[in-house]
Design a protein around this ligand. Sequence first.
Ligand code: SAH
Ligand code: F3S
Length: 452
Amino acid sequence: MDELSNPVTAPPPKVFLETFGCQMNFLDSELVRGRLAERRYAFTTSREDADVVAFNTCAVRDHAEERVRARLHELKRAKERRPDLVVAVLGCMAQREGQALLQRFPHVDILCGTREFGRIDELIDRVRGGGGPIVALGDHDVLPDWKRDLSQRPHRHSAFVTIQRGCDRACTFCVVPRTRGPEVERTMDDLEREVRALVDDGVVDVTLLGQIVNAYGRKSGGDASLARLLRRLDRVPGLLRLRFVTSFPTLLTPDLMQALTDCESVVSYLHLPVQSGANRCLKRMARGYTAEAYLRLVDRLREVVQKVELATDIIVGFCGETDAEFNATVELMRRVEFVQAFIFKYSERPGTAAAQGMPDDVPQAVKAARNQELLALQESIQRRRNRARIDSVEQVLVDGPSKRDKSVLSGRTSANRIVHFRADAAMIGRVVQVRVRDATALSMSGDLVAAG
Ligand code: SAH
Ligand code: F3S
């Protein structure tokens, strides 16, 4: 604290906070809201109404950054009209661009990096007290010690919990190690405390988050590991579902596979990004495994973990990707039949090894065509696999009314398949059994058989 952080005497400022990107960003925004609520800031869903406009940003692909740049352009006028409006850019894009962002958008008052969220209240106070612009991109991570404000949770029954931040790998396409820094981990005691508090507050479904979540434990050097953590959390009474994302293929230990089979609450679902099915491409990406090794791992998983379902991420059009390499990815997808696949067109990220040493030479039109081809392939796989479940009985965690039809409830199977059915709203937050009657590529529908 310094002399600029005066106590705010005026009515509490209203904050508009918009979040871009991954689940971790959404959880970070929840923590930021908790921090600000503690300091009696108010919130608004209207930018026009706000005293502080903050964007929690993503830098993984240029498209995500472009959306924030458009928002910042839009705010130029508002800032001219109301010079006391505070404009803050939080998270990965602030961290990646630093001062350059301020040069381009001089009306931005605060750059708050991924390890500075814990000071957001102080930074806003300083700007409102006449300071700024402020660039806070330090590398100390105060966030994991935050006391979570349970009143800020966006969902009653489901919650994210960050167990690890940052990434020590260096996949050549990826900006995350630069924006989120090296791996840092929370302790198992701290995590168990948080999960118990969440469950006491009504949560039944917890997703553990980490950039490379199955590396959990290796940094601290003690007895912590993801498998041990799962076993501990599995014993928390009332926790019905426990999942974790995102896993790195080479770090999937036999111990972790065993925990997946032993722990009742841990779902048989793994998000295991493969990125490409071609060895030369994987090598240029510096992923550290071959397609054959990935497929062996899939076979092993399917042997050990009954009914395991796999999801993946794939990049098309990475530097130098040939037709033959792309076809190897098609082959791998046909072979594995993922339950879900997130497919991205390669987007060059400044500062990465690929941007420095490899030309982004696959034409946009080719990237777009490959993207479409994989989306269509995945859709046909999902449709076939979902339709194969017609007449089966699924265990469904009920999320709430369906977005399209409020008279229908929507829930998820343990493999994240969406299921619609009619039932009383009292079922929300419970695991029920639904017999599947119909299915498309994106969801299934059916009848309630039994309430869990
Ligand atoms: N381990 C992280 C990865 C973050 S990035 C996680 O939690 O998922 C998420 C996905 O975005 C990656 O798996 C990759 O498929 C994709 N991606 C990362 N960098 C990219 C880039 N430069 N262009 C296109 N897609 C990218
Ligand atoms: Fe990115 Fe590779 Fe880490 S995709 S987050 S550098 S494991």
